[in-house]
Design a protein around this ligand. Structure first.
Ligand code: CTP
Ligand code: CA
Length: 232
């Protein structure tokens, strides 16, 4: 039975959520990765399903069960995530109503992929790993014509959290940016999170430390307030 206290304000809407952290392969057994657990993205997917949305969850390298009621697309690298996200946001049913980039996307990937395992050579120093830039998926979403689609980014900052967040919101062309302060024991892999949600209209919403579900609900409140009335 559904919880009557949960608003069905996302009914009839399609939302795309990315979660987890990309892995950029070096050779068949190694990759460059990050510490994202996927918990925040999964909380966003679960809460959106509960609010009535059709949910596509693009998940990178998470060890979490599929949320009931969401379509899950699994990816590995940033380039795979870009393809899956772009396909989902311009899916068969037309443009998604909202997209939330909660995934930690690697900024760089190794310049070359080696088909066979990199071996050490006795007496020789290791080769440096040369990196190239990955596509910025969120910036691409913000720059492409996207109608009334509401675009949400996440940012993990260690210093000058608000100033960096404001600059990033503008740079990426998103409607909302959820800014977390990260450090050794903050955010990653923990069930709770504290954040400030910055909006392109200049407003901001402080979210006190609490479960990632609570932050997810606030994100959907802010998204729902920005959705244009559904046609029909
Ligand atoms: N992001 C993305 N594609 C990338 C990098 C980041 O879509 N190649 C998205 C993330 O999913 C997140 C937002 O952009 O929603 C902000 O990520 P962040 O790493 O904080 O921003 P960057 O622009 O990469 O800036 P920084 O140099 O601080 O890492
Ligand atoms: Ca980055």
């Amino acid at each position: 039975a559904r919880d009557a206290a949960v608003p069905l304000d996302l009914a009839g809407r399609h939302v795309v959520v990315s979660a987890g952290g990309t892995r950029e392969p070096l050779d068949p057994v190694r990759f460059l990765g990050n510490r994202s657990s996927g918990l925040q993205g999964y909380a966003l997917a679960r809460t959106a399903v509960a609010r009535g949305a059709r949910v596509t969850l693009v998940a990178a390298n998470v060890a979490l069960p599929d949320p009931a009621g969401a379509r899950v697309v699994r990816v590995g690298s940033a380039e795979e995530m870009r393809e899956a996200v772009l396909e989902a946001v311009q899916g068969a049913g037309g443009e998604a109503d909202a997209v939330v980039m909660a995934a930690a996307v690697a900024d760089f990937r190794p310049a070359g992929y080696r088909d066979s395992k990199i071996k050490k050579t006795p007496g020789a120093e290791p080769e440096p790993i040369r990196l190239v830039k990955n596509p910025d998926i969120l910036a691409e979403l913000g720059a492409r014509p996207h109608g009334d689609q509401v675009i949400v980014g996440f940012a993990a900052e260690t210093d000058d959290v608000l100033a960096n967040g404001r600059a990033k919101l503008a740079r990426k062309g998103c409607d909302l940016l959820v800014v977390n302060q990260v450090g050794e024991d903050l955010a990653f892999g923990r069930p709770d999170n504290a954040a400030v949600v910055l909006a392109a209209d200049g407003t901001s919403t402080e979210v006190p430390r609490g479960p990632k579900e609570a932050l997810a609900e606030i994100v959907w409140d802010l998204v729902a307030a920005r959705l244009k009335p559904a046609p029909g």
